[in-house]
Design a protein around this ligand. Structure first.
Ligand SMILES: [Zn+2]
Ligand SMILES: [Zn+2]
Length: 450
């Protein structure tokens, strides 16, 4: 709005002189425009897919009475490293810890199960119907040396407050149905009974007795396992160790009646529900809080067997965390595999989602465009537009990039006549329709495509 004859020069000079040091914005060379290593941004198409995945998971799990819970991203370190990840506690570098002077240490959660157990007790869920079944889908933070990301999504299901083997059966059945929903059909559950503290103690004694004279014949890893985590012995693949091990009595012989019945009930139900399973006596779990029942979920991708999750009963963990004799059963799924499945399935469907681009020319048309966009959205027609652009050519260029089905054009003249031009993107054919007939016309086109 500058008028001829008015001089701004003096004021400008004064301003510059007075406020120069405050106003000038210099590039801060210490700022790196990069995400922290092993993290990434999620946006656009991928973010849409994540939301779709979330929605799908919620639909299925609600149906099987697993209620969604959202716990904080931070927890007290002792809850997690004093419990479920006790074995990992020594290697603190792989976790994100906040240690403030005089305050309890806080951890960016590396897993979700501990938080759900904490919440169960903190929110007195013991007073609800048991078991309390819940699930959480959320970001966790764990910087393992061999993993690509240190912040990633995890999905965990948890059932607390019931010792019945039906809890296991229901959980496995729910997971099978969930995976089927993601078109992962050839699933197989590897299962094992790993006993309770009672029968495990007896077996540990037996193992120690068995190796007492034979220790010297073992590899160094097995020797270490005998002293530290005895169950690691079963993970050794060295021929000499395997040969020696074949003489050891099977754990089955030491199962107590309670564990025996628990396991056989699960097997009976899996048979009844026609859920494919395989008993793997070498499946031991990884921590020290698994008891009675562990399972691993595998599926075949081509001729490759892939593991998509692990589940385990963890009554001992619940007792450790809460000092209370409750029971718990949980499973954690690799949600990235689910994401990949949904992305691949969506890839060929992507072009079929009906959408239009609204081009407007002139101020009157721009105002009308706002109204049309809202009306189309109400009818669930995906409408794209760029109201800040005025030129026809610029808007058409955007529409072409968006790969829409139809372009709607509205200018001054169209507004006067109460019409919109619809141009079919594929055929190039166009027609003018009245405002009143626009929605029925587009709905018809949408139905023809889907
Ligand atoms: Zn037992
Ligand atoms: Zn060995």
């Amino acid at each position: 709005m500058a008028k001829k004859g008015i001089r701004f020069v003096d004021i400008k000079e004064k301003l510059n002189h007075k406020t120069d040091s405050k106003r000038s914005i210099k590039t801060n060379k210490n700022i790196t425009l990069k995400t922290v290593s092993k993290t990434k941004d999620v946006f656009g198409h991928n973010l849409k897919l994540w939301k779709l995945l979330e929605h799908k998971i919620e639909k299925i799990l609600n149906f099987y009475q697993y209620n969604k819970i959202e716990t904080p991203m931070i927890e007290y370190t002792e809850l997690i490293l004093g419990g479920i990840l006790k074995n990992e506690a020594e290697n603190k570098k792989q976790f994100f810890l906040v240690d403030k002077v005089g305050e309890k240490s806080i951890i960016l959660r590396p897993e979700l199960i501990s938080s759900m157990i904490r919440s169960y007790f903190e929110n007195k869920m013991q007073n609800q119907n048991q078991p309390v079944k819940m699930y959480e889908l959320g970001q966790v933070f764990w910087d393992k040396t061999d993993s690509i990301f240190s912040q990633f999504y995890q999905l965990s299901l948890e059932a607390i407050g019931d010792e019945s083997p039906i809890v296991e059966v229901e959980m496995i059945n729910t997971i099978k149905k969930l995976l089927e929903e993601f078109k992962i059909n050839n699933v197989n559950f590897e299962i094992n009974n790993i006993g309770c503290e009672h029968c495990r103690d007896l077996y540990v004694k037996e193992i120690k007795k068995f190796y007492k004279e034979k220790k010297t014949k073992l590899c160094s890893k097995c020797k270490k396992a005998l002293k530290e985590n005895i169950w690691d012995i079963f993970n050794c693949h060295e021929e000499k160790c395997k040969a020696l091990r074949s003489g050891l009595t099977n754990f089955e012989e030491f199962w107590c009646n309670d564990c025996k019945n628990h396991f056989s009930t699960i097997v009976e139900y899996l048979e009844f529900l026609k859920i494919p399973y395989e008993i793997n006596s070498k499946l031991w779990g990884v921590g020290q809080f698994e008891n009675k029942f562990v399972f691993k979920i595998n599926y075949n991708e081509g001729d490759k067997k892939k593991t998509i999750g692990h589940g385990f009963r963890h009554d001992d963990l619940v007792k450790t965390i809460s000092n209370n004799g409750k029971h718990g059963m949980g499973v954690t799924l690799d949600v990235n595999t689910l994401f990949k499945m949904i992305r691949d399935q969506k890839a060929d469907k992507e072009d079929k989602d009906f959408s239009v681009f609204l081009v407007q020319i002139g101020d009157t048309a721009k105002r009308k465009a706002f109204e049309i966009v809202e009306n189309l959205r109400k009818e669930n027609i995906l409408v794209k537009t760029n109201l800040s652009k005025d030129s026809l050519r610029a808007q058409i260029a955007i529409a072409e990039k968006e790969k829409v089905n139809c372009i709607l054009v509205i200018g001054q003249e169209e507004v006067m006549r109460g019409e919109v031009i619809i141009r079919d993107f594929q055929s190039g054919l166009q027609e003018s329709v009245s405002f009143a007939k626009l929605i029925p016309n587009l709905v018809k086109r949408k139905n023809q495509i889907n």
